[in-house]
Design a binder for this molecule. Structure first.
Ligand SMILES: Nc1ncnc2c1ncn2[C@@H]1O[C@H](COP(=O)(O)OP(=O)(O)OP(=O)(O)O)[C@@H](O)[C@H]1O
Ligand SMILES: [Mg+2]
Length: 245
């Protein structure tokens, strides 16, 4: 594996009960980049993430060049449980004597210094999203994999989260690979875009991925159109200005 590659996937296929979910997916992700993975519901995005992490059976190969941190979908965790932010964040390092120091450090990293004693049930969606990121950061990952972390978070919170990820990428050279439904934010904030629908439809620097083509491919999906509209009205103008400056 080349030293500048963080994730290398070759001919990855997954079948569930004889149904082909992913077919011959191959790609490489460079270290220190932020890749957004988009695709319609049922496209196999979560399955791809789980196959990369070794949670589902697959054929083909997956190579990971570094320690991996994983942020699962928010909805997969019930927050009813009376647990503090400290309890939640320290889970991966709970047996280490300096867990509190580490927890405070990562909470500060995600802009939630002082949140340790709060109950997780009292946090907003955006705050819980950042606490989940803090928990993944506590093991000092070199590769961060996130599955639709923004569901249930308001627009402001979402944008802030992408900025935070970009900041982590720049400061710590962490490779970020994130599944998202927000095509607008993906086109605005990621270095690379990957479109998946059973097979890989496109993968490349966002400047090379044709927005019109993506729209044609997935345009019938409401949630995408909403994100796209937001991108086109709120960001595209300013981005063009940035480039001409
Ligand atoms: N454990 C499983 N057993 C059988 N089928 C599964 C299993 N997990 C996922 N599937 C099916 O595989 C397909 C892809 O699911 P997956 O969750 O990867 O899609 P997704 O792109 O993440 O969708 P979404 O945008 O809704 O999160 C779906 O048709 C789903 O029903
Ligand atoms: Mg999914």
């Amino acid at each position: 594996m080349k030293s500048d590659i963080a994730i290398a996937v070759k001919d990855l296929s997954v079948r569930f009960n004889d149904v082909e979910i992913l077919k011959n997916v191959s790609f490489e992700i460079k270290k220190g980049t932020f890749t957004g993975l988009i695709g319609p519901n049922g496209a196999g995005k979560s399955t791809l993430v789980k196959a990369i992490l070794g949670f589902v059976e697959h054929t083909g190969t997956v190579l990971l060049n570094g320690r991996v941190g994983y942020v699962p979908q928010l909805s997969s965790f019930s927050r009813e449980f009376p647990m503090t932010v400290y309890d939640f964040v320290k889970l991966p390092v709970r047996s280490q004597p300096n867990w509190k120091e580490k927890a405070n450090e990562v909470l500060k990293e995600v802009g939630l210094g002082g949140f340790g004693p709060k109950l997780i049930g009292t946090l907003s969606g955006g705050e819980f999203q950042r606490v989940s990121l803090a928990r993944a950061l506590i093991l000092e990952p070199e590769i961060l994999i996130l599955d639709e972390p923004e569901s249930g978070v308001d627009e402001m919170g979402k944008a802030k989260f992408y900025t935070l990820l970009n900041d982590l990428k720049d400061r710590k050279q962490i490779t970020v690979f994130m599944v998202s439904h927000d095509i607008g934010l993906i086109f605005e904030k990621c270095d690379n875009i990957m479109c998946l629908n059973k097979t890989l439809h496109c993968h490349g620097p966002r400047q090379n991925v044709n927005l019109e083509e993506v729209k044609r491919m997935f345009g019938q999906f409401d949630i995408w159109i909403r994100g796209l509209h937001h991108y086109e009205t709120e960001h595209k103008g300013s981005e063009r200005d940035e480039h001409t400056q």
